[in-house]
Design a protein around this ligand. Structure first.
Ligand code: ZN
Length: 260
């Protein structure tokens, strides 16, 4: 395990040094990776606690039970990251956007309203990635893992490198059905430059009114473990989104500050 962790760190360092890899992480319409787990992950979740019986899963299970007990609204605030994987067997009811991508049925109306209102002002917002099942996320992970093995890396090395780019089992926020990568029709690159588009600026300003937060802010990389993603929005409900935006905290910090 220690070796694996060291390899993961080394791989992350290499990735960071090489830079430039960012735009590949969120995958976009090619169906690739996207975060809910990009890079910095290797430091926390890189080594693969298998999904069955780790303390992490126990924590996830107990928080799921707590969520059920606390009632309807807590699904909106579900935390999924490298230390909070989705419980095994997690399912969510989804509905399809006009472009076929799926989103949590309880929140898709808000997403569509946000896109419609933004586009009514002359923008060209589009969702390039939304719900991905845990199984699909695993497929993407394994495809990349096999690619690295085919390139001559050992299995451990390949895992470590892959974990810096793709999210491990159950750890992608996209698998909740509540995350969407939203870009501009004429700027679909998932890179820092997107933040300069009118679409990104409008979202930053208005998304909370529809219940969405920028999930991976620039100044919170060390907390979220994920690089700044100006395109990745997460539904948390209107009331929560406004409070979180006003607080200036990221979701992890906000939940901790509020005793979750
Ligand atoms: Zn995303």
């Amino acid at each position: 395990m220690l070796l694996l962790a060291l390899l993961a760190l080394a791989a992350w360092g290499l990735t960071a040094l090489l830079g430039g890899g960012r735009d590949a992480q969120d995958g976009s319409s090619s169906g690739a990776a996207d975060a809910g787990g990009s890079s910095l992950s290797a430091q926390t979740g890189g080594s693969s606690s298998p999904a069955g019986s780790s303390p992490l899963d126990a924590a996830a299970d107990s928080s799921a039970a707590k969520t059920a007990a606390q009632g309807e609204e807590d699904w909106q605030m579900r935390l999924v990251n490298h230390t909070h994987p989705l419980p095994d067997g997690f399912t969510v009811e989804t509905s399809a956007l006009p472009n076929g991508l799926e989103f949590d049925s309880r929140a898709i109306g808000q997403l569509e309203q946000m896109l419609a209102d933004g586009n009514a002002t002359g923008l060209q917002l589009m969702v390039c990635s939304a719900y991905r099942s845990v199984e699909r996320q695993d497929e993407l992970f394994n495809e990349m893992l096999q690619d690295y093995i085919a390139e001559g890396y050992s299995e451990e090395e390949a895992y470590a490198i892959t974990a810096t780019i793709r999210t491990p089992h159950g750890c992608s926020e996209h698998s909740t059905g509540l995350a969407a990568d939203i870009v501009a029709v004429d700027y679909q690159m998932l890179d820092d430059g997107y933040a300069e588009t009118d679409e990104a600026k409008w979202l930053l300003e208005n998304a909370a009114d529809y219940g969405f937060i920028l999930r991976y802010p620039k100044d919170k990389e060390s907390v979220t473990g994920i690089i700044w993603e100006p395109w990745h929005y997460r539904y948390v409900g209107v009331e929560n989104a406004k409070k979180i935006k006003e607080s200036g905290l990221c979701l992890e910090e906000y939940l901790e500050a509020n005793g979750a």
